[in-house]
Design a protein around this ligand. Structure first.
Ligand code: G3H
Ligand code: 13P
Ligand code: ZN
Length: 311
């Protein structure tokens, strides 16, 4: 099974009322945990790589690890650039074998966003690669960019049709109140998403796949595990699972998850060291971290995304 694009995945997910998980990957254990879970759950999968991940692990290492996962699991896997900031990084990932890229022009003006997205789409489509664009800005931290809640802005439904038509993108990320990182809502704040905006977007783009970034639930079990084992995380509130299930049953076909993976891995490693303070063999603490990731991803596939038993 070669690497695939997300086109077929999204078509089936839209029709079936479920979503594909797009999980961020940074090293071998994360890739193994995610792909082992997807194989057991018979779920299609998107593995996404940020600029920070490419800087940390190098493009070629991540690519070879993902190719190894495809060979090992025989799963349909789409490899995607997360938050490409300009044409050059998108081109580098397309040339380097990715099957999907995101050009994140969301902080540019509407016209500049269209221009850069159109340029990436032309280059990508000629090479059989698909493109995700973004309209609206999420709060939170991506790489070195920190968008405050005040500077975040919801997607304007009156712009989506023109954006999709003029750029030719294959999917569109929208801002409806999710945000990146572990601290999505203020302490005591009730999580809310603008489903009215999603509905309006869906009406204007019938059948078109929508993407939700910043969609970790910040699972309390892992925050507790971190804090019970020497960590000191303040109260963290994520996106409730029932809201993600609702989004998946609508036009949302891709749900991005990174922070929950980080919390699962960190909680597990902290617990391991608390219980085995003399350990110094990395395999001793990375194996349970990989198992924690696998358990988390199985849970997401089954209970949140609904993408199990789809291959
Ligand atoms: O949306 C951002 C992802 O969580 C990737 O984070 O840029 O720190 O790798 P990163
Ligand atoms: P979280 O920080 O909520 O996991 O979001 C990840 C993301 O959107 C990656 O693009
Ligand atoms: Zn994101």
């Amino acid at each position: 099974m070669p690497l695939v694009t997300s086109t077929e995945m999204f078509r089936k997910a839209y029709e079936g009322g479920y979503a594909i998980g797009a999980f961020n990957v940074n090293n071998m254990e994360i890739i193994q945990g995610i792909t082992e879970a997807a194989k057991e759950e018979k779920s299609p999968l998107i593995l996404q790589v940020s600029a920070g991940a490419r800087k940390y692990a190098k493009h070629v290492y991540l690519m070879k690890l993902i190719e190894a996962a495809v060979e090992d699991t025989n799963l349909p896997i789409c490899v995607h650039l997360d938050h490409g900031e300009d044409f050059d990084v998108c081109k580098s990932c397309i040339d380097g074998g990715f099957t999907s890229v995101m050009i994140d022009g969301s902080s540019r003006s509407f016209e500049d966003n269209i221009a850069v997205t159109r340029r990436v789409v032309e280059y990508a489509h000629e090479r059989g690669v698909v493109v995700e664009g973004e309209l609206g800005t999420l709060a939170g931290i991506e790489d070195d960019v920190n968008v405050s809640a005040e500077d975040a802005s919801y997607t304007r439904p009156d712009q989506v049709q023109e954006f999709v038509e003029r750029t030719g993108v294959d999917s569109l990320a929208i801002a409806i109140g999710t945000s990146h990182g572990a601290y999505k809502f203020k302490p005591g704040q009730k999580p809310q998403l603008r489903f009215d905006i999603l509905e309006e977007v869906q009406k204007r783009l019938p059948g078109f796949p929508i993407v939700l970034h910043g969609a970790s639930s910040v699972i309390p079990e892992f925050v507790k595990m971190i804090n019970e084992n020497g960590g000191n995380m303040p109260d963290a509130i994520g996106i409730p699972e029932d809201m993600l299930r609702k989004a998946a049953s609508m036009a949302v076909c891709k749900i991005n998850i990174d922070s929950d993976l980080r919390l699962a891995m960190t909680g597990s490693i902290r617990k391991h060291f608390n219980e085995h303070p003399a350990d110094f063999d990395p395999r001793k603490y990375l194996a349970p971290a990989r198992t924690a990731i696998k358990g988390l991803v199985s849970h997401k596939i089954r209970e949140v995304l609904g993408s199990n038993d789809k291959i």
